[in-house]
Write a protein that binds this ligand. Sequence first.
Ligand code: NAD
Ligand code: DAU
Length: 373
Amino acid sequence: MKNYLVTGGAGFIGANFVKYLLKKHKDIQIIVLDDLTYAGNLGTIKEDLKDPRLVFVKGDIKNPKVVNGIFEKYPIDFVVNFAAESHVDRSIENPQVFLETNILGTQNLLDIAKKHWSTGKDENGYPTYKDGVKYLQVSTDEVYGSLGASGYFTETTPLDPRSPYSASKTGADLIVKAYGETYKMPINITRCSNNYGPYHFPEKLIPLIIKNILEGKKLPVYGDGSNIRDWLYVEDHCKAIDTVVLNGKTGEVYNVGGHNEKKNIDIVKLTISTIRKLLEENKEYKKALKKPGDDISWINDDLITYVKDRLGHDQRYAIDPNKITTELGWYPETKFEDGIVKTIRWYLENQDWVEEVTSGDYQKYYQEMYGNR
Ligand code: NAD
Ligand code: DAU
């Protein structure tokens, strides 16, 4: 029986990972630690919490008392750290919380895991550890910076973060690596490209575009829409993390991506045409529309509005996933054309979730941050 501490398990990828683990493995115990910031929502895992293998703890990864308490109560084997401030636009407005959560939170988790996992010292003074334990840091391709028209990020690409968000994730990666070297802690780092899928908070491109279409609002595209992201269905990311937790070689970094580069403008246009097609195919889905009426001809590319570009907007990300594929046998299973339809269907069928997660300060924040665009 393995005991997982999954931080950020009420957020987008963390919650999908919890669902994945519960389906995939029988003999496990999962402790989710999440502070339920604006991006975390207990409703996302409420069905899963009926499973006795899952326990939820509300708390901050920076809080030593809370993290210690978990390690004292449960014999944690694996820490999988998803908890983070994750939105680049917010990091441009308020970098401090990104540094605090993403760097200091990571260091606190490492310190406490080290304390509880240590079994003594070897002849050179390095700590020794309980068998089979591992700390996995969920990182991002953004630590590598921005690419030009060609090339890919590999695990040896120099780190070159360009936003406060990516700088904070890079700081976290470096402290994880440092604990791996200095204290020989059993660590791995995964660096994944852009995820999409169910439970994605509607401040990120794809769920925001879906939400705005359903509300009959304009669709903001930054700059000229030519920036490129490399999209991966969230379940494929979860499978990659599970693979690295169980089989990753200690100390190694693994890039995760599905060779699926798309320009933002193409993502937006595809989302518009797919929603329209689904609404035409299934009248039930029209219930998700906030703009009344049977005529949906207004769902077209005229909804697109080009807005002021993001400061320091990275032009292109593209992951080379060769290492995780050849060494660990991971490969993405969901084709983008299928994943985007599954995702849009999920939003059409789960408007209650969207309303729940946007019922707090969402409108106020959105207005203050972006005005009436
Ligand atoms: P998210 O913003 O949806 O979720 C983050 C979760 O962390 C939330 O549930 C939030 O409540 C929790 N959290 C925030 N601060 C906390 C704190 N101090 N203590 C405890 N919990 C806290 O993020 P996401 O998109 O699910 O991303 C998860 C992780 O994956 C992040 O580390 C992110 O950097 C990384 N990542 C994301 C993507 C992507 O495309 N979304 C791609 C690669 C890597
Ligand atoms: O690459 C992995 C990263 O992907 C993760 O580390 C981050 O946590 C995650 O948020 C995501 O970062 P991005 O900045 O790429 O995602 P976002 O959805 O914010 O933006 C995707 C692209 O779309 C980006 O080029 C900016 C653009 N965009 C975004 C929004 C919100 C728009 O054109 N309009 C928008 O309204």
